[in-house]
Structure formats: C-alpha cells, structure tokens
Design a protein around this ligand. Structure first.
Ligand SMILES: NC(=O)c1ccc[n+]([C@@H]2O[C@H](COP(=O)([O-])OP(=O)(O)OC[C@H]3O[C@@H](n4cnc5c(N)ncnc54)[C@H](OP(=O)(O)O)[C@@H]3O)[C@@H](O)[C@H]2O)c1
Length: 250
C-alpha cells in the first residue's frame, strides 16, 4: 500500500509512519524539519518500508499542488492529512495572524494537496483519505477559538468530500482525538482531561482507519461528554464552559 502522511516528523504523524512501516508499504512522509524527518524515515526503512521524504511547508500552496500531482502520478492508496498547529490564548482577542496561520496550516493546505489527488482516486475508484481533526472541533472554548474554527472547517470539508466520493468507492474518514502526548500537547500548561499516551492514541486512530470509520471521536467518555453538552440549552452550556474554563497558555 502507498501511504502519504503529512506532518510525519513528530507526534502522531511520526507514530503513524512507524506503525505503517513494513515491507508491505511504501511511505511518503512530508514535513519541514529535515533531520527529524530523515530520522523517522530511517527508522521506517529499518522496519522494511520503502520511504520517500518530502521537505515542504504545507502553507506553500503552490508546492502542495505540485506535490499532490507528483504523488498521484505514482499512485496513492491512503493519504493521512495530519500536519497541524495549535495556539491557545489565555485572554484577549485572538490575533488575526494566528487565525490566518491556523486556517492555512490546518485547513487550506489540505485542499491544495488533495485537489490534484482526488481526480486520480476517482479514476481508479478506490483510496482512503484520512483527516486528523480534533475533539476541539466539536466544542469551542473561549481560549481556542482559532484552533477549533480551523478544525470545524476541516470537518465540514471532510463531510462534503465523503458524500461526493462515496459513490467512487473512496473512504473519507474524520478522526477527532482528545488530548494525546505529542510536542503539541507538551506545550500545554493546563490540565488535559482523559490524556492519552501516544501509543494508546495511535492504536485508536489506526483501528478506526482499519474499520473505515467515517467519523471517529475519542476517547469515548470525553467525546460523549462533549456531545451531551452540545445538546443542552445554551444557558446551561454557558455555565459548563465557564466552570470548565481551561486555562491555556499562549
Ligand atoms: N496531540 C493531540 O492531543 C491532538 C489532539 C487532537 C488533534 N491533534 C492533531 O493531530 C495532528 C498532529 O499533531 P501532533 O499532536 O502530533 O503535534 P506535533 O508533534 O506538533 O506534530 C505536528 C506535525 O505537523 C507538522 N507541521 C506543522 N506545521 C507544518 C507546516 N507548516 N508544514 C509542514 N508540516 C507542518 C510538523 O512538522 P514540521 O514542524 O517538521 O514541519 C509535525 O510533524 C495535528 O493536526 C493536530 O491538530 C492532536
């Protein structure tokens, strides 16, 4: 299987690359940090995988389209859109620059890369597109407006793509994890409920991909709590969000 993974130099992307590294798979790993990516690639090769690394900033949309054309020429069986950034704010108005950066990285870059790939998948009538969204897409805390908005936009995009591509035999999956140990969460200076090790997080994600889950939010109890809160009258939701008041660092 030929698997493309964005953001493969650390965290979930690195762990996914290592999970899929075997002599049955060819991996295409994309990220900016050269040494980190080369190290991940070397460990994947040791496990028998054929690996191509591509150094790129996903915010360079022209380059993303070029990469999309390149990888689709050789064929893609599964693409995992994982590259992402977060930014938390302890107070005040979210700076526009943060909104711009998060929407570019977490959302717009995704279609820049997929635009040339999707027609090829439609032609061959198979393939898997996996989006790494977040539980934060389901409930927006006042301290993560930009991050939640970018991930919710991603969910909307993924939903439409699922309806569009289902008839072509293409699986579009949206994975919404809670807090998992990674460079991203190591920066957080607030208590992270239902925190998971990378190993547990990756097991859940890869299992959901294996089962071709269209939407998968986890861990179950945290996802359920968020879903229940979403159904409550607004006045109650206001109280719960105020009470929870996660303190996020900048
Ligand atoms: N960890 C969690 O608790 C959690 C929960 C929900 C969702 N997520 C999502 O999971 C995904 C992976 O995050 P993580 O937790 O594994 O964080 P991470 O360790 O910080 O990894 C982020 C990855 O994205 C890449 N990336 C970031 N900006 C990029 C850019 N402009 N161009 C190319 N690559 C870029 C980074 O590579 P370079 O810096 O080398 O470019 C890195 O490989 C993100 O989409 C995140 O929103 C994480």
């Amino acid at each position: 299987m030929r698997i493309v993974i964005t953001g493969a130099s650390s965290g979930l992307g690195e762990a996914l690359a290592l999970y899929y590294a075997s002599n049955e798979n060819q991996l295409v790993l994309i990220a900016r940090r050269e040494e980190r990516l080369a190290d991940v690639a070397a460990r994947c090769r040791k496990k028998g995988a054929e690996v191509e690394t591509i150094l790129a900033d996903v915010n360079d949309f022209g380059r993303m389209q070029e990469i999309g054309r390149g990888v689709s020429e050789k064929g893609v069986d599964r693409i995992i859109l994982n590259a992402g950034v977060s930014v938390g704010h302890s107070g005040g108005v979210t700076p526009f620059e943060d909104f711009e950066r998060l929407f570019k990285t977490n959302f717009l870059s995704v279609h820049a890369l997929l635009e040339p790939i999707i027609p090829k998948l439609m032609e061959k009538k198979s393939g898997e597109i996996v989006f790494i969204s977040s539980l934060a897409s389901l409930l927006t805390m006042p301290t993560s407006i930009a991050y939640s908005s970018s991930k919710r936009a991603l969910n909307a995009y993924a939903e439409g793509l699922h309806y569009q591509l289902k008839a072509y035999g293409i699986s579009v999956m949206t994975i919404m994890p809670g807090f998992i140990d990674s460079e991203m969460t190591q920066k957080n200076r607030f208590k992270m409920p239902f925190f998971m090790t990378t190993e547990v997080g990756i097991r859940r994600i890869t299992d959901a991909i294996k089962r071709k889950k269209i939407r998968y939010a986890f861990p179950f109890r945290f996802a359920l709590m968020i879903r229940i809160v979403s159904t409550l009258p607004q006045s109650l939701r206001d109280k719960i969000v105020h009470f929870t008041n996660f303190k996020k660092g900048d």
